[in-house]
Design a protein around this ligand. Structure first.
Ligand code: PCA
Length: 325
């Protein structure tokens, strides 16, 4: 895909450089929110391996997946305070700090990988500045496959969502579900299966990746690829830690980050198809959303975008201007 070429241009041309050892080896614990089976986690493990190799063992990253070391809501602050040097989180979780972080989760703003990449290119310089104020530096960001709807029964229109106990993963999705008349509850990805099996929730919007990895067929029957947004994870490093590294270590880290970003986008695109097939192979009905359902969901999206316009920060608005001039 040609837009992936533009991604590799954005992230920089990866160069092979001679590494000069710093003489001081560092062991970094890296908390991540999602389970090992998740492609984001696999990608991060590859990133850690590459960093270990290209720094000749100077930087040794140990990945602690599924919120096992630090719970998802705490990961950003743990890196900020340097309890850990590096970590991953779901970018739009920070939308309560500044709407600039949440644009990739606004319904129907950017719905394809091409649009998601345009949005990321518009977001990146601005959120890099915002994160620097918290002593954080972005290393790479990777999208989930477009988000779809998981339900027990076929959904014909927004009305059918009314009253459903709905699993949410951020404030924007909670708002979307509430406007649709559903009852949202925040549940972290590693807890999804339990939340369904105990009846805490009965429907959700997430990627085919998270659906297949949580064996959604055990608790719902229908998957509708509404493809309403393409949200991203981000990996950040504590800026003081980064700035203290010698030049060749910094370069090795940034090269590995560029490779991870490119590889991650490719993995994500591949999973969109392969994980949807896995849902089908395990007995789920994959049903394209009806015209009526999409129109109803888009109306909710428009309503949210209008409300967003009234309250968004100047940084968020400038991203929109670059993304949609
Ligand atoms: N999976 C994660 C975030 C978005 C996605 O596709 C989750 O459901 O928590």
């Amino acid at each position: 895909m040609s837009f992936l070429r533009s991604l590799s241009i954005t992230t920089g041309i990866v160069s092979t450089l001679l590494y000069s050892a710093s003489g001081s080896a560092a062991d970094w614990d890296m908390p991540t929110p999602y389970p090992d089976k998740t492609f984001h986690t696999a990608n991060i493990i590859e990133f850690a391996n590459e960093v270990r190799t290209t720094t000749a063992g100077d930087i040794n990253i140990t990945v602690h997946s599924a919120g096992s070391l630090i719970k998802h809501p705490e990961i950003k602050n743990a890196v900020r305070s340097n309890s850990v040097a590096i970590g991953e989180f779901f970018l739009s979780r920070l939308s309560n700090e500044n709407a600039a972080y949440g644009l990739d989760s606004l319904p129907f703003l950017a719905t394809s990988y091409e649009e998601a990449l345009d949005l990321w290119q518009a977001q990146k310089p601005i959120i890099t500045e915002l994160l620097a104020k918290q002593n954080l530096q972005p290393l790479f960001s990777v999208p989930w496959p477009p988000q779809g709807l998981y339900t027990k029964d076929e959904i014909q229109s927004v009305d059918d969502l009314r009253g459903l106990k709905f699993r949410a993963y951020n404030a924007t999705l909670e708002q979307f579900a509430s406007i649709a008349g559903a009852s949202p509850t925040q549940v972290e990805a590693p807890d999804i299966a339990q939340a369904f099996s105990t009846g805490q929730v009965e429907a959700m919007i997430t990627s085919p990746s998270t659906g297949a990895n949580t064996k959604a067929w055990d608790f719902v029957n229908v998957y509708s690829p509404i493809n309403a947004w393409v949200p991203k994870n981000i990996v950040v490093i504590n800026k003081t830690v980064f700035d203290a590294l010698n030049q060749s270590t910094q370069t090795a880290l940034m090269s590995a980050a560029e490779n991870a970003e490119l590889r991650g986008w490719q993995m994500s695109m591949e999973e969109t198809e392969s994980k949807t097939t896995e849902l089908e192979e395990n007995g789920m009905k994959v049903i394209d959303p009806s015209e009526e359902l999409i129109t109803g969901l888009q109306a909710i999206g428009s309503q949210m975008q209008e409300a967003w316009n009234d309250s968004a920060s100047s940084e968020a608005k400038s991203i929109i201007q670059i993304f949609k001039p």
